[in-house]
Design a protein around this ligand. Structure first.
Ligand code: HEM
Length: 146
């Protein structure tokens, strides 16, 4: 009885390992866009992220007059295009968009924290989180002006 339970648990562990291996292999060589889960996942991430920003007293004042549906559409396009997805970004460039807003480094970091909160909630693996943040990070120099 004990032995068979042990064998059962062991083969379940092997099966899980193999499933993990198969999953890791199926993801290898895929674009970040695909590994994130494609368009539906990006739409869901942007929705939740913008929701976090709207609740974030450190920065939500900046968005008081923002066109939120447009912002979400542009962010989805930007992330889709930037991660290798089949999209074109149709918004304004980051420098023109954020010119004169007076965004400080700490506000930029707050916004990144709001995104990280979403990525954690959606259980995006650390590797993919890092890759996405590495795409957005270099935009800081065009967004932070104070
Ligand atoms: C990596 C960081 C960021 C990215 C990728 C980003 C991206 C964008 C995009 C794509 C737009 C829309 C552009 C368009 O309509 O053509 C936008 C607008 C805007 N962003 Fe950012 N942004 C970032 C950081 C920030 C930060 C830190 C703030 C302020 C704390 C901010 C405040 C705004 C505001 C207020 C708008 C204008 C919304 C409107 O007037 O409708 N952004 N941003």
């Amino acid at each position: 009885m004990r032995l068979s339970t042990g064998v059962g648990a062991c083969s379940a562990a092997i099966a899980m390992f193999l499933t993990g291996q198969a999953f890791a292999q199926s993801m290898a060589g895929k674009s970040l866009y695909e590994r994130l889960g494609g368009q539906p996942a990006i739409v869901a991430v942007v929705d939740d992220f913008v929701g976090n920003v709207a609740k974030d007293k450190r920065i939500n004042g900046f968005f008081a007059k923002a066109d939120i549906p447009n912002l979400k559409t542009r962010l989805v396009e930007q992330i889709c295009a930037g991660t290798g997805g089949p999209c074109a970004y149709r918004g304004r460039d980051m420098k023109t968009t954020h010119a004169g807003m007076g965004v400080r480094s700490r506000y930029f970091n707050a916004l990144v924290q709001d995104l990280q909160k979403t990525l954690k909630k959606f259980k995006v693996p650390r590797k993919e989180q890092g890759e996405l943040l590495a795409i957005l990070g270099p935009m800081k120099k065009d967004i932070v002006t104070r």
